[in-house]
Ligand binder design. Structure first.
Ligand SMILES: Cc1cc2nc3c(=O)[nH]c(=O)nc-3n(C[C@H](O)[C@H](O)[C@H](O)COP(=O)(O)OP(=O)(O)OC[C@H]3O[C@@H](n4cnc5c(N)ncnc54)[C@H](O)[C@@H]3O)c2cc1C
Length: 520
């Protein structure tokens, strides 16, 4: 394998979101030498702003996106097994009543209106059941339970809803801690030899003979790297990198679609999620979040301007509040909202008429006019591993000594325990560290899995974990995040490596920032 002996890496990857880090891990495990540059923090853009689901995408069935749905469904259980700490099964409740009407323009609704004109504007029960039948079977299931029908008059899932919702279906998908997924991929890539550079922006890239010369600006100033192939995984900036960084003319376009979420105080007691259908043909989720909150999203709006500036607008917040209030018996109001976030989907521009209809599938475009450039468009968190395999397959002709696919079988750091073993691991942690409160132990296992033991080390009392920053965040954990997980600022710690920002005060976060600035 060609290493860095001649000063030329095999791959230079632009972007430390899920796609860049997933490709870095996969490539490093095949024996390629890899350098990745992220201009800010890992997962600082779209990959920390998702709905956080490993899902097939039930609604994509209405768009006949069977390839994408099948691949995503197949992936769910592979991923669950590889990262049982940061992902887990969830049940989704889809309420329905016969009076529901939809202003929908999907291929399915058009077909239905043509074949059965009296069904125009409706999503009949049999159609939803058919969709769920396919959803259960398209991708194979061994771990996740099948769909069942609920009588909402009897089931606790009916209690928070308006009484007109008497019927629902309950189906399976999975949760994932999106930004931790990115960091764990980066860590595993590094453990396999990759070099991960954060706070490092790629400002120029040009072909020089049989390789790329890449200029970066980072903590060590301006530097040049050389690589045999360049991977552009810049997410919403993919087109900017092609045009302004690599200075290549390309007909490929990206469509930027903003999606916002709101987080409210917990709206109901049970642990299931809701899948709500709106009169506008769209859907939103309401999901139990971080113990005492509910996550509601998302919107779908074409985004103009800098993707880094994406924010949940008041109009989007009100849209989500009104949407959820059509279902919940108690209206959800602006006073319930404690936080919001927004991200921009870097979708491949397939010319679809609306943001909702643009394909969620990924497109890899290889520019082989000299040293190769692989551009990544679109994709989902759910398909990141498959996307990485496809990327390496496209690059394989340039690296004949690279080994084959491997990531389906290998856990991420901390994920080397059974997929249903979280409770047992929490018990073990509490046995070894009896001074931890149960909620604290559970949080550590959910974030770090088996590595929680290494993080706590020889501690015999809370005081041994050093300074307490609030909300169970200790100095030992922050040091771990700074030395092993590339955290540089409080924001990285409280909004991406953890979500403790929801529970810490502004003063506590400022004190953490001040401490991190001086911690050696
Ligand atoms: C609202 C919303 C909800 C979603 N929900 C889900 C879901 O539930 N499930 C699912 O599977 N998918 C979901 N997705 C899709 C998923 O989040 C994205 O497809 C995925 O995160 C894209 O990852 P990425 O690595 O391509 O982009 P990003 O995460 O945006 O990463 C690109 C990175 O490149 C960096 N960069 C850009 N230019 C440069 C440069 N010049 N130098 C160095 N670095 C640079 C950026 O800083 C950024 O960190 C959702 C998306 C959105 C917006």
């Amino acid at each position: 394998m060609t290493g860095l002996e001649d000063g030329i890496a095999d791959l230079f990857i632009i972007g430390g979101g899920i796609n860049g880090c997933g490709i870095a891990r996969d490539a490093a495990g095949r024996g390629l030498s890899v350098v990745l540059a992220e201009r800010g923090d890992l997962a600082q853009a779209t990959s920390s702003a998702s709905t956080k689901l490993f899902h097939g995408g039930l609604r994509y069935l209405e768009f006949f996106e069977f390839r994408l749905v099948r691949e995503s469904l197949e992936e769910r259980e592979t991923l669950l097994v590889a990262m049982p700490h940061i992902s887990w099964p969830m049940r989704f409740v889809l309420p329905w009543h016969p009076g529901m009407r939809f202003d929908s323009d999907t291929p399915t609704s058009r077909l239905l209106a043509r074949l059965m004109p009296w069904m125009k504007g409706r999503r009949p029960a049999w159609l939803i059941r058919l969709g769920l039948f396919l959803y259960d079977r398209l991708g194979g299931r061994r771990i996740l339970p099948a769909t069942r029908t609920l009588d909402l008059a009897d089931d606790p899932a009916g209690r928070p809803l308006k009484p007109e919702f008497r019927k629902a279906w309950e189906y399976s998908d999975c949760w994932v801690e999106d930004s931790r997924l990115v960091v764990l991929n980066a860590r595993d890539a590094e453990a396999r030899g990759a070099r991960i550079m954060t706070a490092t922006r790629v400002v120029g890239a040009e072909r020089a003979g049989d390789h790329w010369q890449v200029t970066v600006e980072g903590p060590e100033g301006r530097q040049t790297h050389r690589a045999r192939a360049l991977v552009n995984a810049a997410g919403p900036w993919v087109a900017e990198v092609i045009g302004s960084v690599a200075r290549i003319n390309s007909p490929k376009r990206v469509r930027l679609v903003r999606g916002s979420h709101i987080v409210t105080r917990r709206l109901y007691e049970h642990d299931r999620c809701y899948f709500f259908q709106g009169g506008d043909g769209r859907i939103i989720f309401a999901i139990p979040y971080e113990g005492t909150f509910t996550l509601i999203g998302t919107t779908d709006q074409d985004h103009h301007g800098d993707p880094a500036e994406a924010r949940c607008t008041e109009a989007e917040r009100d849209y989500l509040l009104a949407f959820a209030s059509r279902y919940f018996a108690r209206p959800v109001t602006a006073e319930d909202v404690v936080w919001s976030y927004s991200g921009v989907r870097p979708l491949y521009d397939d010319g679809a008429s609306s943001a909702t209809q643009a394909t969620r599938d990924y497109v890899l475009s290889l520019d082989g006019d000299g040293a190769p450039l692989l551009n990544v468009f679109g994709g989902k968190i759910t398909t990141y591993r498959r996307l990485a395999e496809s990327a390496l397959a496209r690059l394989a002709p340039f690296f004949p000594a690279a080994t084959g696919d491997w990531t389906a079988r290998v856990p991420l750091p901390g994920g080397d325990f059974p997929h249903d073993g979280v409770a047992a691991l929490v018990d073990r942690l509490l046995r070894d560290y009896p001074f931890l409160a149960p909620g604290h132990a559970r949080r550590l296992i959910r974030a770090y899995g088996t590595e929680a033991f290494a993080l706590l080390g020889a501690a015999g009392a809370m005081a041994d974990l050093g300074r307490d920053f609030g909300a169970t965040l200790t100095e030992a954990e922050v040091r771990w995040l700074m030395t092993r997980e590339y955290a540089r600022h409080a924001e990285d710690v409280v909004w991406r490596r953890t979500k403790l920002g929801l529970k810490m005060s502004a003063e506590e976060i400022a004190a953490l920032e001040a401490w991190m600035a001086t911690a050696g």
